[in-house]
Ligand binder design. Structure first.
Ligand code: FE2
Length: 326
């Protein structure tokens, strides 16, 4: 049962006194792709992330510039994890402080009959996955190894043991890197620092807000007309929820990759167009400078630099602006 509204802990405003989890931030997006080789090539050579490791059994590929073990993960649609699904979002992943927090949140959720899709031991991180009201899979994970870069490299073939939160003694150390060294793929077209946000069009904004604030434990940082922007304890704008309407169905819309400067992004745009690449949309807004491109499967990527990070200024967008600017 994933019906949050039936929760006893929920008060009349639909807020829970204590959310089940308390993520720091969005850690990565995991995509379903048609061809992992082609996508890995695109995400390193064009999008500018370093390859970290692959998991051949699922057509899995993982890339990172150092913010966490992967900013972008992918599984091939034809593989056992892709299950023949079309290219798109496989899951969003939220980073928790510690595995102790993962176990506590998981146990509290299970005690209230809230279901999880699966739980996994990834060696370097432990995870539990649950679905949002539109069926978008959300991973809650805690790093259990500090030195992820050396722990998983090349091709990983080790089978994953059956695991659930609490099966092993939970790690109480904070294994994320609070101030990570960010690398740069020198020859790439774009130079992202990290995965920073994802935008979802949702069937019912209030219901999704309830899920992401109570079950996942994000804060609603911005509540605009027909949209909301949420973030974890780091206070970053990580998830934008847009109310679906007649012209726009519920869907995963785009991932946002933060870059180091507006000037660098302008150079990347010039380099991309000079080699025949298409920029679908440029956003030159008082709040953000951004460029949208498509990956090899047609999935939307936003490279952006924020001109305004104070949340107050983000409340007054139209829904259309929120979709493309946020
Ligand atoms: Fe993941």
């Amino acid at each position: 049962m994933t019906n949050i509204s039936s929760e006893k802990e929920t008060d009349v405003q639909g807020t829970v006194s204590e959310p089940y989890f308390r993520p720091r931030r969005l850690g990565h997006v995991n995509l379903i792709v048609n061809d992992t080789n082609a996508s890995m090539d695109f995400y390193s050579r064009i999008a500018g992330f370093e390859e970290v490791y692959r998991v051949p059994a699922i057509g899995g590929g993982f890339l990172s510039n150092g913010n966490t073990h992967h900013d972008v993960g992918m599984v091939q649609s034809s593989g056992p994890s892709g299950k023949g699904r079309k290219p798109g979002l496989n899951h969003l992943a939220f980073e928790l402080e510690t595995e102790v927090d993962l176990v506590r949140g998981y146990d509290r959720s299970v005690a209230r009959s809230l279901e999880f899709e699966r739980t996994l031991d990834h060696d370097i991180a432990h995870s539990a996955y649950c679905a949002d009201p539109d069926g978008v899979s959300c991973e809650l994970y805690a790093d259990v190894v500090k030195e992820w870069r050396t722990a998983r490299t090349g091709e990983v073939t080790k089978p994953k043991p059956v695991w659930w939160p609490g099966k092993t003694e939970p790690v109480s150390e904070k294994n994320y890197h609070a101030d990570p060294e960010i690398r740069r793929v020198a020859d790439a077209v774009f130079h992202p620092v990290r995965t920073k946000h994802a935008t979802l069009v949702v069937s019912d904004l209030d219901q999704s807000l309830r899920f992401y604030t109570t079950r996942i434990g994000l804060d609603a940082l911005v509540r605009g007309q027909g949209y909301a922007i949420l973030g974890g304890s780091c206070g970053e704008m990580n998830i934008t929820l847009i109310q679906a309407d007649e012209g726009r169905q519920a869907c995963y819309h785009h991932v946002g990759f933060e870059v180091a400067s507006e000037e660098e992004l302008r150079e990347s745009i010039s380099k991309w167009t000079a080699q025949g690449g298409a920029v679908l949309r440029t956003v030159d807004h008082p709040l953000r400078f951004a460029a949208f491109i498509e990956d090899v499967d047609g999935l939307l990527l936003q490279f952006f630099f924020d001109r305004e990070t104070g949340h107050e200024a983000w409340r007054k967008l139209s829904v259309e602006e929120a979709l493309w600017v946020a």
